[in-house]
Design a protein around this ligand. Structure first.
Ligand code: CTP
Length: 399
């Protein structure tokens, strides 16, 4: 790849895995500059990191007093991306609050390109609200935060807090350094379920987690698009760098989507919109003795079909279809009736497909009648396929 990556290592036990990450990055042709915090050197030696990276390890602000260049600025300028793995609670707290008291935090303060943070710590530290609020703050400033793995932790606890495996982190780095083939494109993605309230404590919803839509928003953004994500209540964090509009009901989603629909080149409707809502919303909690056993429902508008009927000739619209029987036939009908350019059929009955999990099995179906069955793959890879095919529909070269 030839790009330059800064790898910050802070003082957690997972630092012992950092040399593997250096190795993977160097093997793929990246130029890696390692910056260690003082406590990181208790877990991994600068000599190991310098040997593997082929570059001097940066540690001390005040070591090279006789050098004319300002090292923290020149390193920040030279790099295309920065990764911090492992990132401790202390480091995250400092970065989120503008504290620059060592080489790593100072370099990052001067760094204006992609930064990927890989938290690693004890599960209770990870769940601590201060830490979570610091991570949220970093996300709102555009930092990318990788979700930690879950399992047995070095401290003996079991839960989330493990540093993602080096191969996984490397996979993310490759994504961020990958082609920006969606540059200049405005993309609207909808994700997650909607909630249709019956009274202040009850609502109708479905099993959608929002993972598929969030994966699409994330990949579109890392590939250079300007992305707006309109979502119902999703179970995963919205990606950094994406404008997130949170809604609750199908009617609210419809309003937000229609508001700016014509500003977008590509609209991908991955949301599992509720087809029905209770006819009336009861302001007070419904008491069982005063309520019958029947809830009267009314139909929600079909947002996708509305967009299909209003779209201009240069807009691409992608819909989803969640089916459990006669999947292909039903999806072909939806493709036509909703006037979309591509339909992503999700056979939610198949193991590995549909709601919640990290994988999906989809069939891409086009207006032209062309269809392509994709094998089981991660939702992020499915997202890439959808985006690449959408780009193709705009008659642009695929990047
Ligand atoms: N959709 C929508 N508005 C609705 C219902 C669905 O925009 N009120 C969109 C979804 O976002 C998805 C597509 O339509 O892109 C298909 O959704 P799906 O639930 O598979 O189909 P429905 O049209 O709701 O039909 P049915 O539930 O009868 O299968």
């Amino acid at each position: 790849m030839g790009a330059t990556v800064l790898l910050g290592i802070t003082g957690g036990i997972a630092a012992y895995k950092a040399p593997l990450l250096v190795r993977l990055m160097v093997k793929s042709g990246l130029n890696v500059h390692v910056i260690v915090s003082r406590s990181a050197t208790e877990f991994v030696t600068p000599l190991t990191l310098a040997t593997l990276s082929g570059n001097p390890v940066c540690q001390d602000m005040w070591k090279n007093r006789d050098k004319p260049s300002v090292e923290h600025i020149s390193l920040a300028d030279a790099a295309d991306m920065a990764v911090v793995a492992p990132a401790t609670a202390n480091f995250i707290g400092k970065l989120a609050n503008g504290v620059a008291d060592d080489m790593l935090t100072t370099i990052l303060m001067a760094f204006n390109k992609t930064v990927l943070i890989c938290p690693s710590m004890n599960v209770n530290m990870y769940r601590n609200r201060i830490l979570q609020s610091n991570l949220e703050r970093l996300r709102t400033f555009g930092y990318h935060v990788m979700a930690p793995g879950s399992g047995e932790l070095a401290c003996g606890w079991v839960g989330e807090g493990r540093m993602p495996e080096p191969a996984k982190i490397f996979g993310e780095v490759e994504l961020y350094l990958g082609p920006k083939d969606l540059n200049g494109l405005k993309v609207l993605v909808t994700a997650g379920p909607t909630e249709e309230p019956l009274d202040p404590v009850r609502f109708l919803t479905n099993r959608s987690s929002g993972r598929m839509g969030v994966a699409i928003a994330k990949r579109a953004s890392t590939r250079g698009a300007s992305v707006t994500l309109v979502s119902g209540p999703i179970k995963v964090a919205p990606p950094s760098g994406v404008k997130h509009v949170q809604v609750r009901t199908a009617m609210e989603m419809m309003e937000k989507v229609l508001e700016s629909f014509h500003d977008f080149d590509l609209v991908i409707k991955a949301a599992a919109v509720a087809d029905f809502r209770p006819e009336t919303f009861q302001k007070e909690k419904i008491k069982k003795d005063k309520f019958g056993t029947t809830i009267k429902l009314v139909r929600n508008p079909d947002i996708l079909a509305t967009l299909g009927s209003r779209k201009s000739h240069d807009q691409i619209i992608v819909g989803f279809a969640a089916e459990t029987e006669d999947a292909i036939q039903n999806a072909r009908i939806k493709l036509k009736n909703k006037n979309v350019d591509m339909l992503v059929l999700n056979d939610v009955g198949k193991p590995g497909a549909g709601f919640d999990g990290d994988t999906n099995i989809v069939r891409l179906m086009f207006r032209s009648g062309e269809e392509e069955q994709l094998p089981l793959m991660s939702k992020e890879d499915v997202a890439d396929q959808i985006l690449t095919r959408s780009l193709g529909l705009r008659g642009k070269p695929n990047g």
